[in-house]
Ligand binder design. Structure first.
Ligand code: SF4
Length: 292
């Protein structure tokens, strides 16, 4: 079920900056000083309240492991600040984070869904050891009712290592409730193999044995939301069913789109909700996922 959701990114601080990937949608093109920027906590509290009052049903938080350059060292700081407020409005709390941070989440944090990213960088050379770690985390989080999901970055290597490897694939479907193959965005800037595979899928051609996984037809797999839109299977609710605010207090219609609208005070966000959001049109195409 797609809920009306607000993505909040209260910080650009991340200890994986330049370590896991250069094209991170959150950190790309940010200067060293910009990564230290922090809006007072009161702002995020007010924004969450406004979201609840205006019918948002899900609070989505990407939680980075932190260096501490903003003065906040605990990666769960904003979750623990905002979760009780979101729960007052019965919002679902959906977080995307690393496995080490996921292991710090407690039942009292009120989290409903945790997604962790999986790729070669995170897995390292010893898949068996990493899979054991994933299993332990999965058991712990599921024991207090958390849905535990995986975002698997799509590239040719992932396809071979996880989708063409039936043993690993079976392991993943046991460890996680859902696995989503995430396509790079902007997709046009991805490698030739990824763009080629995406082009086939968007044209409706089958793309070998992993095609059902990529379009979410295999049990336990979900399709990348944006890819589903690009191939005409679903509409995209960016701008009315989802909004995103970055650490500068700038708004975008979705987490991957440029954040340019100034909502750096609760009053400005309220004004956006009342005067702009109702006029937002359903998008017909999206450059970020197009391949032509
Ligand atoms: S606007 Fe584009 S990138 Fe954003 S959610 Fe929709 S399809 Fe995806």
């Amino acid at each position: 079920m797609v809920r009306k959701r607000l993505f909040l990114h209260p910080t650009f601080d991340c200890s994986f900056d330049h370590v896991c990937r250069e094209d991170c949608y959150l950190l790309k093109d940010k200067t060293k000083d910009e990564k230290k920027f922090r809006i007072p906590d009161k702002y995020w509290v007010e924004i969450t309240k406004l979201a609840g009052e205006n019918g948002f049903e899900e609070l989505s938080l990407p939680i980075n492991p932190l260096r501490g350059v903003t003065g906040v060292k605990d990666p769960l700081h904003w979750l623990r600040l905002l979760s009780p407020i979101a729960k007052e409005y019965e919002m679902v709390i959906n977080i995307t984070t690393t496995l080490n941070v996921a292991d710090k989440i407690e039942a009292t944090d009120g989290v409903d869904i945790v997604a962790v990213s999986l790729d070669d960088f995170r897995t390292g050379k010893d898949w068996k050891k990493y899979a054991e770690k994933l299993k332990k985390s999965s058991e712990r989080l599921r024991s207090f009712g958390v849905e535990f999901n995986c975002n698997l970055s799509y590239d040719a290597g992932t396809q071979i290592q996880y989708l063409h490897n039936s043993y690993r694939k079976k392991e993943l479907t046991k460890i996680f409730d859902y696995i989503t193959l995430l396509w790079p965005k902007p997709l046009k800037d991805a490698g030739i193999l990824e763009v080629g595979a995406a082009r086939l899928i968007q044209k409706g051609d089958k793309n070998g044995s992993s095609y059902p996984d990529l379009i979410g037809k295999t049990d336990g797999f979900l399709e990348d939301y944006c890819m589903s839109f690009a191939r005409g299977n679903t509409s995209c609710d960016a701008g009315y069913g989802q909004l995103s605010i970055d650490a500068f207090g700038r708004l975008a219609i979705c987490p991957y789109s440029p954040h340019g609208v100034d909502v750096s005070t609760p009053e400005k966000f309220q004004d956006y909700l009342v005067n702009t959001l109702p006029k937002n049109k359903v998008i017909e195409s999206c450059d970020l996922i197009d391949v032509e």
